[in-house]
Design a protein around this ligand. Structure first.
Ligand SMILES: [Mg+2]
Length: 363
């Protein structure tokens, strides 16, 4: 017997960081707001308000470039404590409807409401209620997508942004996919898009015409993913215990360096950016790994696991300095430095000292 279709909702806050800043400072309303570093820093845009997006500003763009595109933009530094606070509020709202909530970011989650706490048979009604509750309790807007699986729900939440609600019923899936541009499929970036275009596919409908073998030959394992996505097939469950394995940052230098002072300054910058990324992901871990690539391209890693969660940049830097000093590679020419935190939120992480001993034995 075929099982009944699932009911999945993807909820995504609109221009999240920027909207929070505008909410808390009405003087910013209607103005192009960029959350991120200052325009003359080397930082990148963390979020842009819809006003700022009209100037072509988007996240991950260098702040200096954003300032050139829109000189009147207001630059606001991020405040992750506030974003996490709102994140907790919206998750509390989700939990009123289902325990099957899978967070993707501070402001984004999948909910499986096939069976739900208020026993509401309409996923659309639930999505409306969630949007209304978010607006009432946080004074912010969210967009929601409702569909029979995660892939389609995520695409649907983008369809009517901001403050949107879009529903893809099971019987609408085939028609919806015919014209869905591949650029809207999660995981398809500019490079993949160009490769798919070479196969004659710009939409999911066109991709359906490309035989599975061709996709698998060109993309390997990802070919299978594209084959299924083109048909709207996605049976991944909503997993409330999903964990990110690690969060890391690295820097490849324009030229090799062996100067200790220069390298330690670099480590400081990496520690700061890792701390920001941990905050942005709401991730907490206890193992820090230092990655070094020598001028001969060999890669060396050193790790340490500590009893308490790693969070602030200073602590990360202190540990990273220790790993570097213990690496036996001080004074060697390096072409890359990286820092990562793993064992995120894991109950079964190895005991601190056992892990430390193991890693130090690595040549
Ligand atoms: Mg968002």
């Amino acid at each position: 017997m075929e099982s009944a279709p699932r009911k999945i909702i993807h909820v995504d806050m609109d221009a999240f960081y920027a909207s929070v800043e505008i909410r808390d400072n009405p003087a910013l309303r209607g103005r192009p707001v960029v959350v991120g570093g200052s325009p003359n820093s080397r930082g990148v845009v963390a979020a842009a308000s819809y006003e700022a997006r009209k100037f072509g500003i988007h996240s991950a763009m260098p702040c200096a470039q954003a300032a050139r595109r829109c000189p009147q933009a207001v630059f606001v530094p991020p405040n992750f404590d506030k974003y996490r606070q709102v994140s907790r509020q919206i998750h509390a709202i989700f939990q009123r409807y289902t325990t099957l909530v899978e967070p993707l970011a501070l402001d984004e989650a999948y909910l499986d409401v096939t069976e739900n706490i208020p026993r509401n048979p309409s996923a659309t009604r639930i999505a409306e209620e969630i949007k209304a509750a978010i607006r009432a309790e946080t004074q912010l807007t969210a967009s929601a997508g409702v569909a029979p699986n995660k892939f389609l729900a995520k695409v649907a939440s983008e369809e009517r942004k901001p403050d949107g609600l879009f529903v893809i019923r099971p019987e609408m899936v085939d028609e919806f996919l015919v014209t869905l541009p591949l650029s809207k499929v999660p995981g398809v970036g500019p490079v993949t898009l160009a490769q798919l275009q070479e196969l004659g596919a710009v939409t999911c409908g066109q991709l359906q015409q490309v035989p599975r073998e061709v996709l698998e030959k060109k993309f390997g394992k990802r070919g299978e993913y594209f084959y299924r996505m083109a048909r709207g097939q996605d049976d991944r469950p909503v997993n409330p215990h999903r964990e990110r394995k690690s969060v890391s940052v690295e820097d490849t230098f324009a030229e090799d360096h062996d100067d200790a002072e220069w390298l330690l300054a670099k480590l400081g910058a990496l520690a700061a950016s890792l701390a920001r990324r941990l905050e942005a992901n709401g991730a907490r871990g206890r193992t820090l790994t230092l990655k070094l690539r020598l001028a001969d391209f060999s890669i060396h890693t050193r790790s340490i696991t500590v009893p308490d969660v790693l969070a602030d940049a200073e602590q990360l830097l202190e540990l990273a300095r220790g790993l570097y000093a213990d690496s036996g590679l001080a004074g060697r020419k390096l072409r890359l430095l990286g820092l990562g935190v793993s064992h995120l939120e894991r109950e079964d992480a190895p005991e601190p000292y056992e892990q430390l001993r193991l890693d130090l034995r690595v040549p």
